[in-house]
Write a protein that binds this ligand. Structure first.
Ligand code: NDP
Length: 403
């Protein structure tokens, strides 16, 4: 029975807060704080309607460390769950250090002025978290998050070593809009248009954005084009599975998405350098994000399924030679929407955030310092995925991937 403070009130937060409210045995008191109070209130209203639980709401700028520290002191939570944006990771961690409260997030820190995300800034806080006797759990979403737990589950139950790892993220959903992103548009576009990077023989190899395309037939979705790109869990996987010879991340995009993105890039709309417009400084990508559909509004119209998983090849635990396993999760957009009022991308991130929080609050996962998902026992997390709406499957493939 624990009190929790969730920060941020977008699609991921909405799912996570609903799921926490559905599990009052673990989350006895839920507080929700974000920049825009009305968004917190809308989530609290929906939770009240769906399960009768009261969520307390607060307005906060999570970049104002003294104000956030004061709010944490006032509420006295056991855990702060950061579901705002990657830009706020460090200030929220700082407020947790000030107040001696555990921390969890779903995306690693990214400075606003450089489209670069990496764990170094947060890993550097390990000694301070340890000295304060508190825990930070990084990247408890789907990818990063479940994809790392999948890899560690394979390492615990199927493979002694993992030589090759491919993470395949397929969104087969159709939202009916000409162009929209299924999570925060600014973060999504910065991620997709960055150079691709994959891990190979002890180092990251960089290639131009969206240059490598492969067709793959996804169960429950069908054939899709997927593109190699960089994703943050490659950094933690390479660190915690040191024998990895190659690790890559793939995401599917439809031709319409790629065409829109190409045009927007060509006309300068995804730039992150401020420009002057009618006497005001504006960042083109932030302006674009403001006119695009909000991810949380896509729920009612999105149909289809997501299929996200890992294909891993390595030496079998049972001594039977080299084996390849595919472990994946299929989520239905309409079912996700019916349960919490949000589409499957928010759902597949918000549920693992709730589960990571449950792991920490129940003591199933514990530690002092800053931790990634790979460092924790995958079993209790995997059990909760099955019980809380993200059932997974694993099958053996005839051999390593041919792409
Ligand atoms: P949204 O943009 O929908 O929501 C972000 C929320 O954060 C908004 O409510 C916003 O407030 C709030 N916020 C922004 N800045 C501040 C601030 N300074 N102080 C307080 N609140 C602030 O994003 P999503 O819900 O789609 O994504 C949430 C997080 O989840 C992101 O970090 C994203 O990168 C991550 N994510 C992780 C995935 C994974 O699998 N690991 C997948 C998808 C997303 P306001 O409404 O006022 O702007």
């Amino acid at each position: 029975m624990s009190k929790v403070l969730v920060i941020g009130a977008g699609g991921v937060s909405s799912v996570c807060v609903h799921k926490m409210a559905f599990n009052p045995g673990i989350f006895s008191e839920i507080h929700l704080a974000s920049r825009t109070l009305s968004k917190c209130d809308a989530i609290a209203d929906s939770v009240k309607q769906r399960c009768g639980v009261t969520v307390a709401t607060h307005a906060i700028d999570a970049e104002d460390v003294p104000a956030l520290s004061a709010l944490i002191e006032q509420i006295g939570p056991k855990l702060v769950v950061n579901l705002a944006l990657p830009y706020q990771d460090l200030t929220i961690m700082e407020a947790c250090l000030n107040t001696g409260v555990d921390y969890l997030d779903t995306a690693n820190y990214e400075p606003k002025d450089v489209a670069k995300f990496e764990y170094s800034w947060q890993w550097n806080l390990h000694a301070r978290f340890k000295a304060r006797g508190i825990m930070a759990l990084l990247g408890s979403g789907f990818d990063p998050g479940v994809t790392s737990v999948f890899a560690m589950w394979l390492k615990k139950h199927k493979l002694k070593t993992i030589r090759q790892l491919d993470i395949l993220d397929c969104n087969g959903g159709d939202h009916g809009q000409a162009f929209a992103t299924n999570f925060n548009p600014e973060i999504n576009i910065r991620e997709v248009t960055a150079n691709a990077r994959h891990w190979e023989n002890g180092q990251f190899v960089e290639t131009p954005p969206l240059a490598k395309k492969v067709a793959f037939d996804f169960e429950a979705v069908g054939p899709k084009n997927m593109y190699m790109m960089y994703h943050e869990e490659l950094e933690s996987l390479a660190r915690f599975i040191p024998e990895l010879e190659r690790a890559r991340f793939w995401m599917t995009f439809g031709d319409a998405y790629i065409n829109h993105l190409t045009v927007l890039k060509n006309v300068g709309m995804i730039g992150i350098e401020p420009i002057e417009y009618q006497g005001q400084q504006i960042v083109p990508l932030q302006f674009l994000a403001a006119v695009l559909p909000k991810p949380e509004t896509l729920g009612p119209t999105t149909k289809g399924k997501t299929n996200i998983g890992d294909i891993a090849t390595g030496e079998a635990l049972d001594g039977s030679g080299e084996k390849t396993f595919y472990i994946y999760q299929i989520c239905d957009h309409e079912e996700a929407y019916a349960e919490t009022g949000n589409q499957a991308i928010s759902y597949t991130t918000g549920v693992p955030a709730m589960i990571g929080a449950a792991m920490m609050l129940t003591g199933a996962w514990a530690g002092e310092g800053v931790f990634n998902m790979e460092q924790m026992d995958p079993d209790p997390f995997m059990e909760m995925l099955n019980e809380h709406g993200l059932p997974w499957q694993v099958k053996e493939l005839p051999g390593p991937v041919a792409f």
